[in-house]
Design a protein around this ligand. Structure first.
Ligand SMILES: Nc1ncnc2c1ncn2[C@@H]1O[C@H](COP(=O)(O)OP(=O)(O)OP(=O)(O)O)[C@@H](O)[C@H]1O
Ligand SMILES: [Mg+2]
Length: 474
């Protein structure tokens, strides 16, 4: 085989995808993206939690400062100590509230700024805490916040504190940066590991599969292109094994096809030369028929018809071997007379054994290729005659229906055998001794080339009817 029947010459192996579009790089990018997304989902609540912990720590410091003050005589301390305590807390004002009594304890005595809603550490919600943390981080928060929370020593005692937001925002920025660097590191490491494992588990075996498919496509006759499956037991291993079976089957089918094609050529050559040789034999047998010897004259007709049949078989095989009939060249045909000619050609007119009825209307005309139609009707009628050895009725009828000319050839023969029925219209499968089994296959091909159809209407012990449908005039 020089060129593979599958390979049309124009097909070139597909290029490998550009590196950005390749499966591996897309997987790498997606992994980084997904890990970062997961980190953001973790980061937001942990940032809110960090802010709450920061404020709780301030409340604890404020509580300790308040205690120091309570321990002082009269609850009064010097202004320096008060400032020192406030600096330690990092706040502007600390108040302690016990049951109903309210005591302002520490203040830097500067004017208090306008304060918004206090942050109550005894009842906070996640969603609000996340939003507040984001606002603080973005630098859009008020300059001071008021924080209210229970004292760590005594839950009945509430501590109030006014804090500047700038140090909190700074701490949050620090925290975020740490989380971001960590996330980046984690996602790079994870993505790298995922990439390597996908590369090893999926991408490389798939590239191997694709390589084998492309190689096989370009040279299916080359046994080396058939994939050698690895020992993998997963889905890709299965795909490799299945691909191998498919490639082997396909290669086998291609070899078979090539052999059949060669056989077909050989049969055509033999038929061709045999037909020429038989033509010489025909000349001799014709002369034998004219012999004076009565015995020779008696057997001569059988010899003549045998040679004729052999020539017809060769001619038909050759014609079929060409695979394609010439396109029909339709002309207007008067069907009744035409069919009468076919019958005469088959010796029906003077055959006493078979009763021939031509029920085709006088005026019925149809457009068809005369040579093709002759062969179609000749095949059908010859089959009918062969099915009625001795005697019987052969009837041809035709009518125009829905713009189509419908011709029916009916005989009173013994009907189609089971083999003939199951392989109807299949070449070389007819089943009758002495027949080539091509007649019906050729007839159907010719009818279809006209845009019509050949079908079996009925068959049985009482006879067989075939129907030819052909497009009518107009
Ligand atoms: N009218 C019919 N009555 C009974 N059997 C038929 C009839 N027409 C066809 N057959 C069966 O169908 C088979 C196929 O017919 P087909 O014309 O294709 O081949 P063939 O007659 O065997 O050979 P040939 O190529 O010489 O025509 C025949 O062998 C025959 O057994
Ligand atoms: Mg036939």
């Amino acid at each position: 085989m020089d060129a593979s029947p599958l390979h049309d010459g124009s097909a070139v192996p597909p290029d490998r995808p550009a590196s950005a579009a390749s499966l591996s790089s897309r997987l790498l990018l997606l992994t980084i993206l997904f890990v970062m997304l997961a980190e953001i989902l973790i980061y937001l609540p942990s940032m809110a939690r960090f802010r709450i912990s920061y404020l709780e720590a301030r409340i604890e410091l404020a509580d300790q400062a308040a205690l120091a003050l309570l321990a002082a005589p009269n609850g009064m301390v010097s202004a320096e100590l008060e400032n020192e305590l406030l600096r330690n807390v990092g706040g502007k004002l600390v108040a302690m509230r016990r049951q109903e009594s309210n005591a302002l304890i520490l203040s830097d005595r500067q004017e208090l700024p306008m304060l918004g809603k206090p942050v109550d550490l005894s009842k906070w919600m996640w969603w609000e805490a996340i939003v507040d943390a984001v606002v603080t981080l973005s630098g859009n928060a008020d300059r001071y916040i008021r924080v209210v929370g229970p004292s760590p020593r005594d839950p009945q005692t509430r501590i109030e504190l006014v804090l500047p937001t700038a140090p909190l925002a700074e701490a949050l920025r620090d925290f975020s940066w740490r989380i971001f660097s960590l996330s980046l590191l984690i996602s790079l490491v994870t993505a790298g590991l995922v990439y390597l494992s996908l590369q090893w588990l999926l991408v490389r075996p798939m590239q191997r599969l694709i390589g084998s498919i492309v190689g096989f496509r370009s040279a299916p006759e080359d046994a080396r292109q058939i994939i050698r499956p690895s020992a993998r037991r997963d889905e890709l291993g299965l795909a490799e094994r299945e691909l191998r079976v498919m490639q082997q089957d396909l290669r086998h089918a291609l070899t078979q096809r090539a052999r059949l094609a060669q056989l077909g050529i050989a049969v055509s050559k033999i038929s061709h030369d045999l037909r020429n040789m038989l033509a010489s034999a025909q000349l001799v047998s014709d002369r034998l028929a004219a012999s004076d010897d009565p015995t020779v004259r008696q057997v001569a007709p059988r010899l003549v018809s045998a040679v004729d049949r052999a020539i017809a078989l060769c001619a038909q095989t050759l014609r079929y071997g060409k695979a394609e009939e010439r396109a029909p060249e339709p002309e207007i045909i008067a069907l009744r007379d035409f069919i009468e000619d076919v019958a005469a050609g088959l010796g029906l007119a003077d055959d006493g054994g078979i009763c021939w009825h031509n029920a085709v209307p006088e005026d019925l005309k149809l457009p068809a290729d005369a040579e093709h139609l002759y062969r179609v009707l000749n095949n059908l009628m010859r089959n009918a005659i062969q099915a009625m050895p001795g005697n019987g009725d052969l009837r041809a009828a035709a009518a125009v229906s829905n713009g189509e000319v419908v011709i029916e050839i009916a005989d009173t023969g013994s009907g189609l055998s089971e083999t003939a029925k199951s392989h109807l219209f299949e070449p070389f499968r007819g089943g009758r001794n002495g027949g080539s089994g091509l007649g019906l296959a050729i007839a159907r091909e010719l009818v279809r080339a006209h845009g019509g159809e050949l079908e079996l209407v009925r068959t049985g012990p009482l006879g067989t009817t075939f129907r030819v449908r052909l497009p009518g005039i107009g």
